[in-house]
Design a protein around this ligand. Structure first.
Ligand code: APR
Length: 251
C-alpha cells in the first residue's frame, strides 16, 4: 500500500459516518466517459443541448437527446471495483450515504441500496412529462421511438417528454437534495471519488464538510477545484484506489 493510501486510511480509521461523493470518474472504468476528462462527453456533445430552455424550445435538440438515450445510453456498462467498494463500505456500517452526480445507476447495480443513495442529477432511467409531470414507462417510449416517433409527447396532456435527469437550468430533485444535506449534517468525513468538483450546487456537499474541518479525501486522476481544501488527494484510478482504502478501514 502506498504511503499516501496508508495516510488516508489513518485519517479515516476513526470515522464512523463517512459520506461518499461520486462523479463521472467513478464510472469511466466501466466504459462510460466522464464530462471534462480528455475524452469527456463535453468534447463530443454540446452542454447547450442539455439546457432546459433549449430542450423545450427546439425539437432538434430533443431529437438528438432521445437518439443519445435510445437504444442504450450506457450500453452494457457494469459496475467496477470502485462501485463495489462503496457498497462494501455501506455493509461495514461506516457509510452514512453516497451522494452521486451520476445518472448511470451503477451504484445500485453494485448492490448499494436506494436508501443509501442520493442522485442529485436524477437518474437516466425515468421519463416524465415536463408540463404535467406524468411518468411514462421507458420501454413503451423506447418502442414508440423505434417505431419512428423521434420526439415523443405526453399521453395525458400532449406535453414534452424528458428523461428524469437534471438539465442545466433545472432545480435539483428536492427529496435527493434533502437527504444529501441530512447526511452532510451527520457526516464525520467525506471521500470524493471521480469528480472535478467544479459544478454547483453539487460540489457544496463535500465543500460544506471540508469547511468545518472534517476529513476530506479526494480520489481523482487529475487535479480538482477543491484540492486546496482536501486533507489529502489520492492521485490515480478509482477502481484501484478505493477498494484498497475501503479494505484498510473496514478490516
Ligand atoms: N479514476 C479517478 N478519476 C477519474 C477516472 C478514474 N478512473 N476517470 C476520470 N476521472 C476524473 C477526471 O480526471 C475528472 O477530473 O474524474 C473527474 C470527472 O470530472 P467531470 O468529468 O467534471 O465529471 P463530474 O465531476 O461528475 O461532473 C459533474 O457536471 O456536466 C455536469 O451534470 C454533469 O454530473 C455532471 C457534473
Amino acid at each position: 500500500m502506498s504511503q499516501d493510501l496508508a495516510y488516508a486510511a489513518r485519517l479515516l480509521l476513526d470515522a464512523k459516518r463517512i459520506l461518499v461523493f461520486t462523479g463521472a470518474g467513478i464510472s469511466t472504468e466501466s466504459g462510460i466517459p466522464d464530462f471534462r476528462g480528455t475524452e469527456g462527453i463535453w468534447t463530443k456533445l454540446s452542454p447547450e443541448d442539455f439546457q432546459l430552455d433549449r430542450y423545450l424550445a427546439d425539437s432538434k435538440v430533443r431529437i438528438r437527446a432521445w437518439a443519445t438515450r435510445f437504444p442504450k445510453m450506457f450500453g452494457n456498462a457494469e459496475p467496477n471495483g470502485a462501485h463495489t467498494a462503496v457498497a462494501d463500505l455501506w455493509n461495514s456500517g461506516k457509510l452514512i450515504g453516497c451522494v452521486t452526480q451520476n445518472i448511470d445507476g451503477l451504484h445500485q447495480a453494485a448492490g448499494l441500496p436506494q436508501e443509501a443513495i442520493a442522485e442529485l442529477h436524477g437518474n437516466g432511467d425515468g421519463i416524465a412529462c415536463v408540463q404535467c409531470g406524468a411518468p411514462h414507462e421507458p420501454k413503451e417510449i423506447e418502442q414508440r421511438w423505434s417505431d419512428g416517433d423521434i420526439d415523443p409527447h405526453c399521453d395525458h396532456c400532449g406535453g414534452i417528454l424528458k428523461s428524469t435527469i437534471v438539465f442545466f437550468g433545472e432545480v435539483l430533485p428536492h427529496r435527493e437534495l434533502e437527504r444529501a444535506n441530512m447526511w452532510v449534517e451527520q457526516a464525520d468525513a467525506v471521500v470524493s471519488v471521480g469528480s472535478s468538483l467544479s459544478v454547483y450546487p453539487a460540489a457544496y456537499i463535500p465543500l460544506e464538510i471540508a469547511s468545518r474541518g472534517d476529513t476530506f479525501i479526494i480520489i481523482n486522476n487529475s487535479p480538482t477545484d477543491l484540492d486546496s481544501l482536501a486533507s489529502l488527494r489520492l492521485d490515480g484510478m478509482a477502481g484501484e484506489i478505493l477498494p484498497q482504502l475501503v479494505s484498510a478501514i473496514t478490516a
